[in-house]
Ligand binder design. Structure first.
Ligand SMILES: *Cc1c(COP(=O)(O)O)cnc(C)c1O
Length: 386
């Protein structure tokens, strides 16, 4: 890889992150402690939600969310097929059934119509995924859920920060889960947050993230009778750590600024790409603000002599790294075989997948790099048009 290769993602790390991490390491408190509590508090302030429970991944947050909602074997959980497999796998932890549904063509967010068709007496939970950071149709989804006595867990792995009709994602549904994985909009290497307005859910997830111990390790070492705890449930080892939280604290302070930077880049991409007949971009609906985690393009491969995979190779040859979000989960062998899924049931995702390419989108991308990406895309169109 040459030195000026544009990576698909680079985390925004400054002296601020480094100093926070050094401070934690010097303090000697490496696992869950004061910085985790501070990070949860500041996250809560940012989202303006009632409870924020940190864990070691989105997947852990989703698992604890379903546990708190009392999901049982044989229950059904509605998930979009256009997502990362974690959204579906958490249902499998319970021997519950992920019920895959198709997405909307213009946004690649879960289709409300398809949710409606999938709902049946076994449906217990809907997990809408805010694809690329754009909130789903949450009013319609929450109305449907209420009508059928179903719970809603938002997969907001891409949606920090995002708003829907003026409301911050994290305050809208029963539970919202965020990811702090290395490539996400707030990166701590690994990490996640569960937000809820429901105190009982918050208490249950706090218990279950730490072995079902009725005191957090943090409290154990500070309270008077510090050695004593009781295990009241077979919980998990899902806690966040102070080292991760120090990265999180530094990143949280600039989370809005980072969104602005991504929005500026997306605007430049839009200006160049929207008028091209060789691709389509994602539509952002007027009543919501995306976090701009991803900038996916859908190439019109019918007009080209190369397919999407070859297109990605051509981008690489021009010094541009990209991603694909996502191979629909119904195409993955485990899900396809286990749940006997038929591609015909997912026409939109089937059509979108062979077109999708996510372009670099992160603060720190220079304007030279942005134009190198744009030029590379158009050069490939020019070279390989039919
Ligand atoms: C990254 C991602 C997850 C999983 O997040 P982890 O923190 O890695 O567990 C879940 N859903 C979506 C849509 C994601 O992109």
């Amino acid at each position: 890889m040459s030195e000026n290769f544009i990576q698909f993602h680079r985390p925004h790390i400054t002296e601020d992150e480094i100093n926070e991490v050094v401070d934690t390491v010097r303090s000697g408190w490496l696992s869950m402690g004061p910085k985790v509590l501070k990070f949860e508090d500041e996250f809560k302030d940012l989202i303006r939600c009632k409870n924020a429970v940190s864990v070691n991944s989105w997947t852990a947050a989703g698992h604890l969310a379903l546990e708190a909602l009392g999901l049982k074997a044989g229950d059904e959980v509605i998930v979009p097929t256009m997502t990362f497999s974690a959204t579906a796998e958490i249902a499998c932890y319970f021997n519950a059934i992920p019920r895959f549904v198709d997405v909307e063509k213009d946004t690649l967010n879960i289709s409300v119509k398809e949710i409606e068709k999938a709902i049946n007496p076994k449906t217990k939970v809907i997990i809408p995924v805010h694809y690329g950071g754009q909130p789903c149709d949450m009013d319609e989804i929450n109305q449907l859920a209420k009508l059928h006595n179903i719970k809603v867990i938002e997969d907001a792995a891409h949606a920090l920060p995002a708003t829907y009709k003026g409301k911050k994602v994290g305050t809208i549904s029963d539970i919202t889960c965020f990811s702090f994985y290395a490539t996400k909009t707030l990166a701590t290497g690994e990490g996640g947050m569960l937000c809820t307005e429901d105190d009982e859910i918050a208490e249950r997830t706090k218990l279950m993230r730490m072995h079902g111990m009725n005191k957090d390790a943090w409290k154990r070492y500070t309270d008077a009778c510090s050695w004593y705890y009781e295990v009241v449930a077979p919980g998990y080892k899902y806690n966040f750590t102070d080292i991760q939280a120090s990265l999180g604290l530094a990143q949280l302070r600039k989370v809005d600024w980072m969104r602005e930077e991504r929005a500026k880049i997306a605007k430049i991409y839009d200006e160049h790409f929207m008028k091209s007949e060789y691709l389509k971009v994602i539509t952002i609906k007027e009543d919501r603000e995306t976090a701009w985690h991803l900038y996916p393009i859908k190439i019109e491969h019918e007009l080209l002599t190369i397919n999407r995979n070859q297109f990605i190779e051509e981008l690489k040859a021009r010094g541009v790294g990209v991603g694909v979000h996502f191979m629909p989960v119904h195409q993955h062998i485990y899900y396809k075989d286990t749940f006997n899924l038929n591609p015909k049931d997912f026409p939109v995702a089937e059509d979108a997948f062979p077109r999708l390419i996510s372009l670099p989108l992160y603060p720190g991308l220079t304007s030279e790099e942005i134009f190198k990406v744009i030029d590379a895309v158009f050069d490939i169109f020019k070279t390989f048009k039919k």
